[in-house]
Design a protein around this ligand. Structure first.
Ligand code: FE
Length: 142
């Protein structure tokens, strides 16, 4: 997984290489630095985006992929862990060629140009549990 990073205080600036899978690159970086809790924010440009929409009524996920050049006008997310693995929760807003935006819960995206992120690790770790009784979501386990 190709990315470059530099540390500034406790935060990292992360630059993911062109054509890389965004979620896989962030996951690999968190593994490398042993980050189990933290925050992510940033921007970039992509050629493919897969969003996941969750209906709390049906408790079903609907995934949709958009294959087009877009700007990540904002990516924001958090880092936790589930079953010993890095667990990312990422949301994006992306600008299309016609200057409208799409956005939501991001599964993954393919970099097309650049992706510049800030990763802020927090001390300690936070896990997740599946809230099967109510929301059907993987919620924070404090
Ligand atoms: Fe979400």
């Amino acid at each position: 997984m190709k990315y470059q990073n530099s540390k500034h205080g406790e935060r990292y600036i992360l630059s993911i290489a062109n054509h890389e899978d965004l979620t896989a690159a962030i996951t690999a970086f968190c593994k490398e630095k042993d980050i189990k809790c933290g925050a992510i924010y940033g921007l970039g440009a992509i050629s493919s985006l897969t969003l996941r929409y969750y209906s709390p009524v049906t408790k079903q996920y609907v995934d949709k992929t958009f294959n087009e050049q877009m700007e990540i006008s904002n990516l924001t997310g958090n880092i936790s862990s589930k079953d010993g693995e890095v667990y990312l929760h990422l949301h994006v807003t992306c600008g299309r060629a016609d200057y409208t935006c799409i956005g939501g819960h991001m599964l993954t995206a393919t970099i097309s140009g650049a992706c510049e992120l800030v990763v802020e690790p927090f001390p300690g770790q936070i896990g997740r549990y599946l809230d099967s009784e109510d929301t059907g979501l993987n919620l924070y386990k404090f």
